[in-house]
Write a protein that binds this ligand. Sequence first.
Ligand code: PA5
Length: 463
Amino acid sequence: MSEQIRFDYNNVLASVVGPEHGITEGDIEKIKDKISKAVSGISTIRKEGNPGFVTLPYATDSADEIQKFADSIADKYENFVVLGIGGSALGNIALNTALNHPFNGFLSKEKRKRPRIFVMDNVDPDVFNSLFDVIDLKNTLFNVITKSGGTAETMSQFIVVRDMLKKVYGESYSEHVIATTDPEKGNLKAIAKEEGYKTFDIPQNVGGRFSVFSPVGLLSAAVTGIDVRKLLEGAKAMEERCKDESFKNNPAYMYSILHYILGIKKGKNISVMMPYSSRLKDVADWYRQLWAESLGKKKGAGFVGQTPVKALGATDQHSQVQLYAEGPNDKLIIFLGVRTFDSDVTIPKAFEDKKGVNYLCGHTMSELLHAEQKATALALTKSKRPNVTIWLDKVDENSIGQLLYMLELATAFSGFLYDIDPFNQPGVEEGKNLTYGMMGRPGYEDKKKEVEQMREADLKYVI
Ligand code: PA5
């Protein structure tokens, strides 16, 4: 089991990156009332268990049930396909990339032991069609996930798959579908009842982007061989650690406070998450949704939020870091570092007469990656770019549980600092409604008209 993850925020201090871009004790003192409000806001959430994401690390019975079910079907299927989008897909992808074999889909069945996973986080027809070139419906189990039970992208994916399954299995097709949805409401719940699917419930007070520790994220994880009990243990360890109300000892609260001050007072409107581990790259993608959809909000006559960006070390040193080091100083960089990799690669002796290459020989790839991470952090610090590092002892279920939970809690805490509701997403509704209008959904005729009456593009400006 891995150790506690560590949050190092030395490189955001004014004493390190200078007063214009860094934070002083005084900056924190100035918002102490806001911080107290946020601390008590989170304790109320804990007391009430609402929103319910704070209760999920303790939902071990549900995790055991999921694990048992997953173990019972793992041998029967070659493929496990998640139909979902947004919060009903990104956590699944993040867990798979972090905790399963990086080339899982290419491993032989004997080596892999568990089903391959595919997460269809879109309705791109080319990609969707291509799925059926690599899977056989006869050995595939589909998990349709939607909290609302009616998301257009997910339901389209599902209607297509249902039709295909029916052609293969007739009415018994329903044995090859699992629905993960609201326990009572929504179209998918009703369909699941009518057609007899196995279902898993998403607690009513858990929203999409906070649902990775519910059956949304846990089922596909368990089916593909991830120990979901250990994942919850990690999340629980972080929750227990973050009950410390003295915020300076609390990694989630400090993460949020530093982002808030740097955003509001120092113009750091961009939050770049840059793991130095390819296995964590989709954690950065999951975080992008969490931070953006939760905190990007209208507030009175103004607007709040930071734009989350994902990057990957060392890859993006050759793509983005020039901008981070010398472009606008409007970013806070969050490095994710891994102290110990599961394996290593030693670079063998070669090219003794080529000093410019030979220095690498005898070192390991993890040494190189660590050196690059340290060097990038130092280079950015020297050019007064604030940055923090979250250190994972290693990438395993426990550390991923800790990390994802810390980021969820930090997001909820930020909601109190910004004084907005981090659990809703009103800004995406209008786009959805206009889409419904165009697709002919009853009740959205006005929206259809609105689209039809839309001013034609002036061809003068189309080149
Ligand atoms: O975080 C959220 O609530 C959203 O991103 C949803 O997860 C996304 O819109 C999909 O919704 P649903 O699970 O209802 O299909």
